[in-house]
Every structure is written in structure tokens, then in C-alpha cells.
Ligand binder design. Structure first.
Ligand code: BES
Ligand code: ZN
Ligand code: ZN
Length: 482
């Protein structure tokens, strides 16, 4: 549930409207009544950059934004202004509002739409009084000369995809079991034009996905493994981009049980990687990117039930390697390893896994951005980091030196699933590296998949982080390959 955006040719005098300027001249050119222009001239400035007039119930909002040389920072500031505008209109109980971006900069119009729409998201499914709780502001009418039809459609598809991801993360385990996650992926995936296959437990057993099956042993619900594919006729790549998402629909820690108070409260967010990948695939298909992309989503809950896997167990993985389990709470890497190993059959040009993998990553950088590491070449890494700055889902790379690999060596098996108390995010990455033989990056979103506190248009609870970043990366790969 979010603001519905439409395009309009004209704005009537009696309509609510946002006038967004990058130079006061643009406001002067509106030829408002003289006293109003003078008032705005004297009061609208860099600090006080939003002025609102309520003219007998008609809301006119004037915004002055002074761009700097850093275009990425400008875009983020404009998104944040979008958030401020949304809050203003909503508290003023304006149901609709027009948007006139006076500098006619399509990128700023785009960013305003992102900031406004993403701020309007609500998760009201479980509220009896949905109508009362729903935001009043629900329709943004964008003046058509401010943005092309194509960019308008693109941004709407992207914000819709972020909201899909947020919904998935916000859904509790009582609804979103692993098979239900697959149902959801299938239902919105097919609507967007994706091919979606869901493997059930039998199929997962026949594929010998020992990691996924081990984590699932304590659960009463079956595991699932979802394959989503976008293979357009005009694809520019020979080998696909493969996206892998951690779909732990709930993480109790298993027998290495987390503390119920605090430690487990938000663990429905442990499928944030799956949600990001699902959302990104939705955006890629809806915007018809000319790129072959495959998504792999292993899913289960992690519980200490009857036959739960136990510390000390040795598990034979899909790849044939063996893993000594020393902590059942390090379950994400067990299921991702099987998916990364399964990905080999696609001979990926590049694979990216996204996962709420380690508390260590959250301790390292807090809730800003995403931790990354991997074996992809420096050009690819730089491209991804650029994408991160553009969409403000920034990547922070950790060292990935060989020596860290020593920390996951096991005495009894090929590898163990914990690396000790130091460098936890890195040793988790080193564990995953064991299962890839292609260019690969690992994104740890335990940092920001769930917000305990809102940061502007990045609302609290499920953030949907990763959707905009992955879409930007796929788009960049597609345009670089042309
Ligand atoms: N799902 C957690 C990581 C997590 C932490 C996600 C905070 C979101 C917010 C993951 O499965 C986990 O428990 N990791 C352990 C690994 C350890 C046992 C080696 C961790 O990071 O403590
Ligand atoms: Zn865990
Ligand atoms: Zn987990």
C-alpha cells in the first residue's frame, strides 16, 4: 500500500501542488502575486527550504533545493525532501497533490517520486482499522513535462518492487513459511513475466542439498527452493547474472538457540536477502531489462525441533564437500552454500548473494549500507560501489585475504560453519567462497535489512534494501554489455 502516481498534462489553480525549484528564478517565472513572490524570496533559503501555504484548503508547497557538485548526494537529498513533502501533505490531510519540478530535471523528479512513494508505504494487513490507519495522502500527479513516460514507468516499477520486498520482510512466520514464501515469489513473479519454478522437499532431497535439508530438520514446515528466471529475447549477455537470496523465514538459532528477549524479536527478517532478490527480479522483469538473470532462493525456518541438526554434526553438502556444524545459528551459510553450488550449472558471468548473514556486519558498520566482499574483479567491484552511491544503498567492502580462509578449516570435515569470535562477517564470506567457481560477490544486509528506527524514506521495520541496488547493478551490466 503506497501512494499511486499518475501523470498529468496541466495543473489547475485550485489543486494542491509542490513547486520544486533549483533556483529562485524558476519561482519568479511562475508570476505569482507580488506579495507572495516577495515573501518567498525573503524566507525561502537553504535552511528553510520548504514553505507551505494553505490557501483556503488548497496546499501550495514551494521548495528550493541548491544542488552541489556531487550528483549522488544531490539525489539523496532530493529523496529526503520527498519524504519531508510526503509527511507535510499527509499531516495536512491532502489526499492528492501535483508535482511541478520547475528545473525540468528528470533525475530530480525521479528522486522525488522515490522519496514520496517510499515514505508512504504502510503494512496494515493485520490491523482491523486499516481505513483509519491508512495515510490520507494517496495520489501524486506528476506534471508530464517533468519526466518522460519511460522514466516514470521505470521508477514506479522500482518503488513497487521495494514495497513487495518490504511486505515480505514484514510478514511474520505465522503466515510466511518457506512454502508460502515460494508461493508469493511465484505469484508476483509470474505476473511480472518471470519463469518461476519451485522445488519441493522431494526434489531438494534428490538434488542432495544437504545444507538446506540439515537446517530444515528441526522444522515442521517443508523447505523450498525457488528458481526465478528472466530470459528476454534481446538479452545482451551469454552467461546469466545469478542472484542468490537467503530465505530463512525465521531464525531461532536452532539448538544454538538465540535469546528470546531481544535476540529473536526481529528474526522474521532473516529472509531479507530473498525479499531483495525477489523484488529486484520483479523490477528487472517489469522494466524489461535486456539481461538474462536467474534467481535462486533456498528457504526454511531454523528451529530446535525434534530432529534438529546439532553442533558437531557433519553434513554432506550439494557440492559434495562436508561441513562440520559448530553452531546451528550459522544456518544462513548452510543454505546459501547449496544454492551457490547449484548455481555452477548456469556458468554465471557473475553471481551475487544477498543475506542477513552476520551480527558481525551490523556491529562493524551499523545500519548504514551493506557489507560486501568477494572474488569479482576490481572493475566489477568499482561498478557495484558506484551503483551503491547512485541509489544510496552503499557498499562497504571488507578485506577478504586468503588467511581468513584458515579460520573455517575443520579437523573432521572439509570446512566448519563458524570461524570463531573474530572477523565473523569475513569468515562467513570465506565459508561461502568455498562453494563458488565463478566471479562472485557476497552482500551482507544484516546491517540494514531491518530498521529499528526510520531513516527518512527508509522507514522502520523491513527496509527492502538491496532491491534498488541490484536493479541498478543489473541495468549497468546490461548497458555496459551493449
Ligand atoms: N540471522 C543471523 C544474523 C543476523 C543478525 C541477522 C542480526 C539480522 C540481524 C545469522 O543467522 C546468525 O545468527 N549469525 C550468527 C553466526 C555465528 C553463530 C557464527 C551471528 O552473526 O552471530
Ligand atoms: Zn542464525
Ligand atoms: Zn540467520
Amino acid at each position: 500500500m503506497a501512494v499511486k502516481n499518475s501523470r498529468v498534462k496541466n495543473i489547475a489553480a485550485k489543486e494542491n501542488c509542490i513547486y520544486f525549484a533549483t533556483d529562485f528564478k524558476q519561482i519568479r517565472a511562475l508570476e505569482l502575486e507580488k506579495a507572495k513572490t516577495t515573501y518567498l524570496k525573503n524566507n525561502l533559503n537553504e535552511k528553510n527550504n520548504v514553505i507551505h501555504f494553505n490557501e483556503l484548503g488548497v496546499h501550495k508547497v514551494y521548495v528550493l533545493f541548491k544542488p552541489t557538485a556531487n550528483e549522488n548526494k544531490n539525489l539523496e537529498k532530493v529523496r529526503i525532501l520527498g519524504h519531508i513533502l510526503f509527511k507535510k501533505l499527509n499531516t495536512e490531510k491532502a489526499a492528492t497533490c501535483c508535482l511541478n519540478e520547475l528545473s525540468l530535471n528528470e533525475n530530480y523528479t525521479y528522486a522525488l517520486i522515490e522519496g514520496i512513494t517510499l515514505s508512504s508505504y504502510q503494512f496494515l494487513k493485520y490491523k482491523a482499522n486499516k481505513k483509519e490507519k491508512a495515510n490520507v495522502f494517496c495520489n501524486l500527479k506528476v506534471l508530464d513535462k517533468c519526466i518522460s513516460t519511460k522514466a516514470f514507468t521505470t521508477v514506479n516499477n522500482i518503488v513497487e518492487s521495494v514495497c513487495i520486498a518490504r511486505d515480505l520482510v514484514n510478514e511474520p512466520l505465522s503466515y510466511l513459511t518457506a512454502p508460502q514464501l515460494s508461493n508469493e515469489l511465484k505469484s508476483f513473479g509470474k505476473k511480472a513475466g518471470l519463469k518461476v519454478d519451485v522445488f519441493n522437499k522431494k526434489k531438494i532431497e534428490s538434488l542432495k542439498m544437504g545444507g538446506l535439508l540439515a537446517v530444515n530438520k528441526g522444522s515442521v514446515d517443508a523447505p523450498s527452493f525457488t528458481v526465478m528466471e528472466w530470459k528476454p529475447a534481446k538479452k545482451v549477455n551469454k552467461q546469466p547474472l545469478v542472484l542468490v537470496g537467503k530465505g530463512v523465514v525465521y531464525d531461532t538459532g536452532g539448538l544454538s538457540l538465540k535469546a528470546t528477549a531481544g535476540g529473536m524479536d526481529h528474526m522474521k527478517c532473516d529472509m531479507g536477502g530473498a525479499a531483495a532478490i525477489g523484488g529486484a527480479m520483479h523490477a528487472i522483469a517489469k522494466n524489461k531489462l535486456p539481461l538474462h538473470v536467474v534467481a535462486l532462493i533456498p528457504a526454511t525456518d531454523n528451529r530446535p525441533g525434534g530432529n534438529a541438526y546439532a553442533p558437531g554434526d557433519v553434513i554432506k553438502m550439494h557440492s559434495g564437500s562436508t561441513v562440520e556444524v559448530l553452531n546451528t545459528d550459522a544456518e544462513g551459510r548452510m543454505i546459501l552454500a547449496d544454492a551457490l553450488s547449484y548455481a555452477k550449472k548456469y556458468k554465471p558471468m557473475l553471481a551475487i548473494d544477498v543475506a542477513t548473514l552476520t551480527g558481525s556486519s551490523l556491529r562493524a558498520i551499523g545500519q548504514q549500507g551493506i557489507i560486501c566482499m568477494g572474488n569479482a574483479d576490481e572493475t566489477t567491484k568499482a561498478m557495484m560501489k558506484d551503483c551503491g552511491h547512485r541509489v544510496h544503498e552503499r557498499l562497504a567492502e571488507l578485506p577478504f585475504w586468503e588467511e581468513y580462509g584458515e579460520m573455517v578449516k575443520s579437523e573432521i570435515a572439509d570446512i566448519k560453519n563458524t570461524g570463531g569470535s573474530f572477523a565473523g562477517a569475513i569468515t562467513a564470506g570465506k565459508f561461502l567462497e568455498h562453494f563458488v567457481d565463478y566471479p562472485w560477490m557476497h552482500f551482507d544486509i544484516a546491517t540494514s535489512g531491518w530498521y529499528y528506527k526510520a531513516q527518512s524514506y527508509r522507514l522502520k521495520n523491513g527496509t527492502g534494501i538491496g532491491v534498488r541496488l541490484l536493479y541498478e547493478i543489473a541495468k549497468t551490466i546490461a548497458s555496459n554489455a551493449k
